[in-house]
Design a protein around this ligand. Structure first.
Ligand code: FMN
Length: 734
């Protein structure tokens, strides 16, 4: 609930102010180039910090007939206002070492003038300035609410900079860039608000009023400038500006603004007549201006520009995230009391909704009367025979935003008839309480007399479509219907532009006892490929793609291992394809499943899941320790890979090969048995930073995850999520 409040605040603040923020950011990017542009002028002397100010005054006075003032800007360039009977007069940049004019004062270019007016006041004068001030404040609040959301998401302040669990591109980079630009944006907004308050005199800047000691307005003892006691140890970089005396009268002093104070200096004796420190508010005002504009520091100006660019990305990604959530609104064809199947969805960010909606649509196509609702909308469903609950888990094992009231409602609302239920948990193994809320829901329903467990609770890691598909198979088989949910991900929604790949080598499924075969193929046009990436293959123009894990092969470029299914469209298509023919496919990057060349790795695969590992072993030129657990029926199943694995063992690219054959003895041996047998060794490897990679069936993945969870808890006293977050557990299962 609290999370939702912060999320709604973040969103509503952003929506209400995004136009102004957009304008401020775009103009901010332009204006950040002003100090960069200014710094590019070559006016600066060697070092202001070694130039005594008395020396500079002397040089100026001897070079010009009259000197009115001198100013050192934030960049360290010196501007003098002088008058001369012959030679240069007016305001210009000088070399303070020689007093010679070195450049004219540039006027603000029309682009910067335009951007400044728009940035400061939207061309609306005072009214505009008020809007801009308020926008700054709103952006500050957006930043703070964003920070709180990140703290909640990362589960603690200390974990802010821990690895972000990747949900999707937009939310990942929204958080990633948000963390990077947090401090600069806070500085931009706080200084922006402060400058607005100063502008409207809500915080008044203090004008210094010197009280003059009349006794010090004397002409004696006269000193030469270098002997002025007041100017001793003052160098040009301590100075902001100097107003020179108007006349030769002793009551006309030098007015020298230093970084933190202002002094009046007698022009004859060099004594300090008055000294006033700048009030804090004036100092803050100066710093605020420089921090907000980037004046005086090119690196800071670049950071400001980058922060403004990231604000533009936040607007874009923020809308994309919101649209994704809105798209997951639920629609019904049947009323709740006529539905025989009720689907309830618990979702925080909309991911689970997409799966539930797909399932609903397919059931309706099957002629079923289905009603879908959020979990918190639990009510009496008069004809409900089957209840299916899809729910994610949030926080640390907590219900998602729209399921907070579900358990209370479930206990208070009485259904008229008994019904069967199944719970599917959507979660991530990167969190210690994996799918906990789904298990909590299942437990409550299990304990109730009216609800009967139809299927055991089923978990889905990282929105795996394959895992979902397998659950749908289980459920529909048990109900006695056929439901085929189409894959609904970014790859399939829009068919990507395919490329041609040539088949260079193939074995035949009929040659293997498991109907498995390998294909070596190469793209016609060169492209960068890494083992662990996926190849989306389209058997025909109108078909959905099928994804296969790539092993990068020296000889053929891409190596795929495929199991032929009796009615499998793509596997049959590939099995029938001839060497030399071309197919349509798209490479899909899968960076979460790439081999880390500098880590020891434990690879666990069943069947065709070995393909990406073959590629990775080939890449293992550094000869890191690789242990391969592989599960198949018998040695004959292994023949198709044998040559390659033997050569890796011989050349040291594979350290140990541990096969688990399920059909050679009475007792079936699966990879999870070998993993459990080697528990201590695996726990130690994890402690030493090794990576575990799993590729193969979802069923195997579930068993291995179960074993690893036990191993981590029993030997290392850590949850498996600890290693997953550190990138030590990588999975690609189907
Ligand atoms: C802040 C945050 C906390 C999460 N906490 C858990 C958790 O405790 N257990 C878990 O299994 N998954 C957790 N997840 C993962 C989500 O449950 C998972 O990504 C799910 O697919 C999201 O579905 P939704 O988009 O429908 O909410 C968390 C995700 C985030 C962003």
């Amino acid at each position: 609930m609290i999370l939702s409040i912060w999320r709604y605040s973040h969103l509503s603040l952003a929506v209400s102010s995004f136009v102004f923020i957009l304008i401020a950011s775009v103009t901010g990017i332009i204006l950040a180039f002003e100090p960069i542009d200014h710094a590019a002028l070559d006016y600066k002397p060697a070092d202001n910090s070694v130039l005594p100010v008395s020396e500079v005054i002397k040089i100026l006075q001897s070079s010009y007939d009259e000197v009115l003032s001198l100013e050192v800007d934030a960049q360290g360039f010196t501007v003098a206002s002088v008058f001369s009977m012959e030679g240069d007069s007016g305001d210009f940049y000088i070399n303070p070492e020689t007093g010679i004019k070195i450049g004219e004062i540039e006027h603000q270019s029309s682009v910067f003038q335009f951007a400044t007016s728009l940035h400061r006041s939207l061309f609306l004068k005072s009214t505009g300035r008020i809007f801009v001030g308020i926008t700054s404040f709103l952006l500050f609040l957006i930043n703070i609410s964003g920070l709180i959301l990140v703290i909640k998401r990362q589960q603690g302040f200390k974990a802010i900079f821990d690895k972000i669990v990747r949900e999707n591109f937009y939310s990942y980079y929204h958080i990633y860039l948000g963390r990077l630009s947090l401090i600069p944006i806070i500085i931009i907004t706080v200084t922006g608000v402060f400058l607005s308050l100063l502008r409207f005199n809500i915080i008044p800047e203090v004008r210094l009023a010197h009280t003059i000691n009349e006794e010090k307005l004397v002409e004696n003892p006269q000193r030469i400038l270098s002997d002025f006691p007041s100017l001793e140890h003052i160098y040009l970089d301590d100075v902001r500006s100097i107003e020179f005396p108007f006349s030769e009268d002793a009551s006309d002093p030098f007015k020298i603004s230093l970084q933190n104070k202002e002094i009046l200096v007698n022009q004859y004796t060099g004594e300090v007549i008055s000294e006033l420190p700048y009030p804090l508010i004036n100092l803050i005002s100066g710093y605020s201006y420089n921090l907000h504009t980037g004046r005086g520091n090119v690196i800071w100006a670049v950071i400001l520009a980058l922060s403004c660019i990231s604000i533009l990305f936040f607007i874009y990604s923020g809308f994309a995230i919101t649209l994704k959530r809105r798209k997951s609104l639920l629609k019904n064809k049947f009323k709740k009391d006529e539905a025989e199947i009720v689907i309830l969805v618990g979702s925080e960010t909309g991911g689970t909704m997409s799966f539930a909606k797909l399932f609903q649509q397919e059931l309706i196509k099957n002629g079923k009367k289905v009603f879908i609702a959020q979990m918190d909308q639990y009510a009496v469903f008069k004809k409900m025979g089957q209840l299916v609950i899809f729910t994610s888990t949030y926080g640390d094992g907590e219900p998602p935003a729209n399921a907070k009231k579900f358990l209370r409602k479930f206990n208070n609302i009485e259904q008229k008839n008994t019904f069967s239920y199944s719970v599917v948990g959507f979660g991530s193994l990167a969190y210690p309480s994996y799918c906990k809320y789904a298990f909590d829901v299942d437990q409550q329903l299990y304990e109730n007399e009216v609800s009967h467990q139809f299927l055991k609770p089923y978990t889905i890691n990282n929105k795996s479509w394959e895992a979902f598909d397998q659950w749908v198979d289980q459920w529909s088989n048990k109900v006695g219907i056929t439901v085929n949910v189409p894959r609904d991900n970014d790859v399939t929604k829009q068919r990507k532009k395919t490329k041609k790949y040539k088949i260079l080598y193939k074995t035949k499924a009929s040659e293997s006892p498991d109907d498995t075969f390998v294909v070596g193929l190469a793209p016609i046009k060169k492209q960068k490929i890494k083992s662990g990436d996926l190849l989306a293959i389209y058997p025909t123009k109108n078909d959905h793609e099928r994804l296969y894990s790539i092993g990068k092969d020296q000889e053929y470029n891409i190596l795929l291992s495929i199991k032929k299914h009796e009615f499998g469209l793509c596997s049959n298509f590939l099995n029938d394809a001839k060497e030399g023919s071309e197919i349509d496919a798209v490479k899909v990057k899968n960076p979460d499943f790439h081999f880390n060349l500098s880590k020891n790795t434990i690879m666990i695969a069943t069947g065709t899941g070995i393909a990406p590992f073959i590629g990775m072993m080939q890449e293992n030129a550094k000869k890191q320790t690789i242990t391969l657990y592989w599960g198949g029926r018998n040695e004959a199943s292994f023949n198709v890979y044998k040559n390659r694995i033997d050569s890796f063992l011989n050349n040291g690219r594979l350290t140990e090969f541990l096969p688990a054959y399920s059909r050679i003895s009475k007792e079936k041996v699966y990879v999870q048995h070998l993993v459990a047998r080697d528990a201590e060794k695996i726990a130690k490897s994890l402690q030493d930073g090794s990576v575990i990679m799993i590729c193969g069936s979802i069923l195997m993945q579930k068993e291995i995850v179960k074993s690893l969870t036990e191993i981590c808890k029993n030997y290392n006293n850590k949850p498996l999520s600890f290693y997953q977050k550190k990138g030590q557990l990588k999975m690609d299962c189907y």
